[in-house]
Design a protein around this ligand. Structure first.
Ligand code: FAD
Ligand code: NAD
Length: 459
């Protein structure tokens, strides 16, 4: 793509950090001919996170929920440059991003990228609240390698336990699978794990499947607190029926390689575990923290502060931020929010391009009357950039035994539904949300395969 447009104006460089929900939704909606677009992400694919909890036990194959960045970039109308690299540092004054290649041979190649406009879409990392032992001993469920790690741990533990006598307490520990965090990630994974035990393992290892214990630990009095009370009750009742050991009002305080220590009221409990999955929410990534530390206006520990046009406070003229790396009241860290933000930003960047073109024409043309006209066009375009408005469609969660819950919003009205029909709705909604036709077909085939042949649990 040429460095300048036909009228001689320079093509501005737009650097997009990340290849997740926010950045990819922007990339898909953006007119990439308007900018010199550079995408930087250590992950060369988009990950459809809503189905990630289904992958460790083999309900869905990992390949079915990823889409290569290069294939997304290829479909864009203009050229998109992609660097498989991690952004280490952003300098908002010099307008540069320090990046480190993750694919170069020495694994250490660092360079600086100059930008005119920057979009922060780096997401968040799992939080541990500094609880000792979590990083060293638990698995998270955020990325593909996490899902692979959980799968290996679960399958290995089952095989290890099979070599021990039934009376051996070590066998009991190995078969205790603990999930910490009763948000949707923890609930959906616990449900998938119990499904695997009840529907598949029970066929091949009927005795051992009865010994497996799935425990869900939540600090608050209830799980799934963002859902309507009736749905929370439905999910908790189903967990009891499914024999998932639900421990609410239980806050984990310490983790060792074999045991978690939790506070339950005035009591302290020791829970031995074989596999520990940690899902207690999000914390800012290092690159976001570094940027925040440089700017006085960035004084929240929850994420990058933005205004209602998604502009970064303190760098409104050149940096936007979308998705989980941001903190803005009323905008939750969900795919739905990040996706809509990405689409919104594409429309903003189109208007920004027009503004920049008028500005360039003003510089070329010293005619005062003409410039006045151009300035009024710029003012009009700027006032046309409206605040981002999030439209909440509702929240869905899979809760096991082919049942789901849905808290739907249609305009001002809210509807709740739960059960097997809601599970079919959950399936169709997630199929519709898949990024590509290929993903949609693969996910549908995975569901068919599981209903005919069961889950593939080989590691
Ligand atoms: P992400 O999608 O996390 O993308 C961040 C991107 O930035 C990644 O490509 C990453 O590789 C890249 N990156 C990281 N560090 C750097 C760096 N230093 N430099 C450059 N790039 C970097 N939400 C829903 O609405 N519905 C659901 O059903 C749902 N299910 C979920 C299930 C699970 C298991 C999880 C973990 C989350 C789920 N979410 C769901 C939440 C949703 O996934 C997030 O809100 C969404 O991914 C946020 O999008 P994002 O673009 O901000 O971040
Ligand atoms: P979350 O923040 O939604 O829930 C974390 C839970 O962990 C909370 O209920 C919290 O009380 C609990 N917790 C924190 N510290 C604890 C401790 N020490 N001991 C025991 N419990 C503790 O986190 P999440 O489930 O990872 O979700 C992250 C984001 O992704 C949320 O915004 C969520 O809405 C979104 N998400 C949505 C879906 C969906 O819509 N189906 C699925 C997954 C994730």
């Amino acid at each position: 793509q040429a460095a300048t447009f036909d009228n001689g104006s320079p093509r501005k460089t737009l650097v997009i950090l990340g290849s997740g929900w926010g950045s990819v939704s922007l990339l898909k909606s953006l007119d990439t001919t308007l900018y010199n677009v550079v995408v930087v992400s250590p992950r060369n694919y988009f990950l459809f996170t809503p189905l990630l909890p289904s992958t460790p036990v083999g309900t869905i194959e990992l390949k079915s929920i990823v889409e290569p960045v290069r294939s997304i970039a290829r479909r864009a109308p203009g050229q998109v440059i992609y660097y498989e690299a991690e952004a280490l540092d952003v300098d908002p004054v010099e307008k540069t991003v320090r990046i480190k290649s993750v694919s170069s041979d020495d694994g250490n190649a660092e360079s600086d990228l100059k930008y005119d406009y920057l979009v922060m879409g780096v997401g968040a990392q799992p939080t541990t609240f500094g609880i000792p032992g979590v990083f060293e001993n638990a698995s998270f469920l955020k990325e593909i390698p996490d899902a692979q790690e959980i799968r290996v741990k679960v399958m290995n533990n089952i095989e290890k336990a099979a070599n021990l006598s039934v009376a051996d307490p070590e066998r009991k520990r190995l078969l205790n699978f603990v999930v910490v965090g009763g948000g949707p990630t923890g609930v959906e994974f616990a449900a998938e794990l119990q499904d695997y035990v009840d529907q598949d393992l029970s066929k091949w290892m009927p005795e051992m499947s009865k010994e497996i214990n799935v425990t869900l630990v939540e600090a608050l009095p209830n799980i799934l607190n963002m859902f309507d009370k009736s749905l929370i009750q439905y999910a908790e009742d189903l967990f009891k029926e499914e024999k998932i050991d639900l421990r609410t009002n239980t806050m984990v305080k310490n983790v060792t390689p074999t045991t978690i220590t939790a506070k339950c009221g005035d009591n302290t409990e020791e829970i031995p575990y074989g596999v520990l999955v940690w899902a207690t929410g999000n914390a800012p990534r290092e690159v976001s923290k570094g940027l925040m530390a440089k700017m006085e206006t960035q004084n929240s520990r929850r994420g990058l502060l933005i205004n209602d046009k998604l502009q970064l406070l303190g760098a409104e003229d050149s940096i936007w931020a979308v998705g989980d790396c941001t903190f803005y009241p009323g905008l939750f860290p969900t795919a739905q929010v990040a996706h809509q933000e990405g689409e919104y930003l594409a429309t903003v960047l189109k208007k920004q391009h027009k503004i920049d073109q008028h500005k360039w024409n003003m510089l070329q043309n010293p005619n005062a009357a003409e410039n006045l006209k151009l300035q009024s066009k710029i003012d009009k375009l700027q006032s046309n950039i409206k605040a981002f408005k999030y439209s909440h469609q509702g929240t869905l969660a899979y809760i096991g035994s082919e049942k789901a819950i849905a808290d739907l919003a249609v305009g001002e009205s809210k509807y709740q539904s739960a059960g097997s029909v809601t599970f079919l709705f959950w399936k169709s909604a997630y199929l519709a949300m898949c990024l590509s036709f290929r993903n949609r077909v693969l996910v549908a085939l995975d569901w068919c395969k599981v209903s005919f042949f069961g889950r593939d649990s080989s590691v």
